[in-house]
Design a protein around this ligand. Structure first.
Ligand code: ADP
Ligand code: MG
Length: 239
C-alpha cells in the first residue's frame, strides 16, 4: 500500500479555471517526489489539496489507506512549508514552534523536548529565544521546516520553500532538507519550478503542465529521456 494515494483529483476554481485536471499519483513510504512544472501548472493547488488547504472538486486523497479528502488541515497527518514562511514575527522561535503542541495541550516537558529536537534537526540549536524577524532569510525557512515537523507528520509538503533565497543558499537548504528527509525517512512532496532542484534531490519527479501530469520517473531516467519541453529545454541549456 502506498503512503499517499491521490486518485483522479481535479480542482476547478470558481470562475472556471481548471487548476488540477484528473491527477492520480501514488507516493511510497519514505519517498521524496518533486512536483515540477512552470508557473500556473497546478503544483501548488495539488499540494494544497493534500494538505487540506483546498478542497478537490472531484477525486480522493488517502494517507495510509485512510480517506482524508474532506478533513481540515489540522486533522491531517501532514506538515506544510509554504513559499513565504509565514512565521509569527512578534513571537520568538520557541513560541512559533510550540504553538501547535500547546493547542493540543501537550505537557510542557514534552513541548520543550520536541522543540529542542526539531531545532537541532534544522541546525538551530540554542535559537529558541531569538525573535524570528532577527533571523536571516535562510534561518527563517529553517524554522519553518522545523515547525512543519513538530507534530511528527507522516507526510511533509513543501511549496517552493527556498524560491526567495539566493542560488547558493537555495542549494545549501535543499541539501539540508534532503538530509533531514532521509534521516527521518519521511514521505515528502516538494513543489518546485526549478529543473535543477528536482533533478538533484528527488527520488522521483512528476512533471506537470496545465493541471495534468506529463512524465513521472526517476531523475536519471528523465535526464536521459525528457519527454516534456520544460525539462528537455533545460537540459539543452546545460549541454
Ligand atoms: P503553480 O503552483 O504550478 O504555479 P497553481 O496551482 O498556483 O500553479 O495555479 C494553477 C492555476 O490555478 C493557475 O491558472 C492559477 O491562476 C489558478 N489558481 C490558483 N489558485 C487559484 C484561486 N484561489 N482562485 C482561482 N484560480 C486559482
Ligand atoms: Mg505555486
Amino acid at each position: 500500500m502506498s503512503k499517499l494515494s491521490i486518485r483522479g483529483v481535479s480542482k476547478v476554481f470558481a470562475g472556471g479555471t481548471t487548476a488540477v485536471d484528473n491527477v492520480s499519483l501514488d507516493v511510497a513510504d519514505g519517498e521524496l517526489v518533486c512536483l515540477l512544472g512552470p508557473s500556473g501548472s497546478g503544483k501548488s493547488t495539488l499540494l494544497r489539496m493534500v494538505g487540506g488547504f483546498e478542497q478537490p472538486t472531484s477525486g480522493t486523497i488517502a494517507i495510509d489507506g485512510q480517506d482524508v479528502t474532506r478533513l481540515p488541515p489540522e486533522q491531517r497527518p501532514t506538515g506544510m512549508v509554504f513559499q513565504s514562511h509565514a512565521l509569527w514575527s512578534h513571537m520568538n522561535v520557541f513560541a512559533n514552534l510550540a504553538f501547535g503542541l500547546k493547542l493540543r495541550r501537550r505537557p510542557a516537558s514534552e513541548i520543550r523536548d520536541r522543540v529542542e529536537a526539531v531545532l537541532e534537526l534544522v541546525g538551530l540549536k540554542g535559537y529558541g529565544s531569538r525573535m524570528t524577524n532577527e533571523l536571516s532569510g535562510g534561518q527563517q525557512q529553517r524554522v519553518a521546516v522545523a515547525r512543519s515537523l513538530i507534530l511528527e507528520p507522516k507526510i511533509l509538503l513543501l511549496d517552493e520553500p527556498f524560491a526567495s533565497l539566493d542560488q547558493h543558499l537555495r542549494e545549501r537548504l535543499r541539501e539540508e532538507v534532503r538530509d533531514i528527509q532521509l534521516r527521518l525517512k519521511i514521505t515528502t512532496l516538494f513543489v518546485t519550478h526549478g529543473q535543477d532542484e528536482a533533478l538533484s534531490m528527488a527520488d522521483r519527479i512528476v512533471v506537470m503542465r496545465n493541471g495534468g501530469t506529463e512524465q513521472a520517473d526517476r531523475p536519471d531516467v528523465i535526464y536521459r529521456d525528457p519527454q516534456t519541453p520544460f525539462v528537455a529545454g533545460f537540459i539543452g541549456t546545460m549541454n
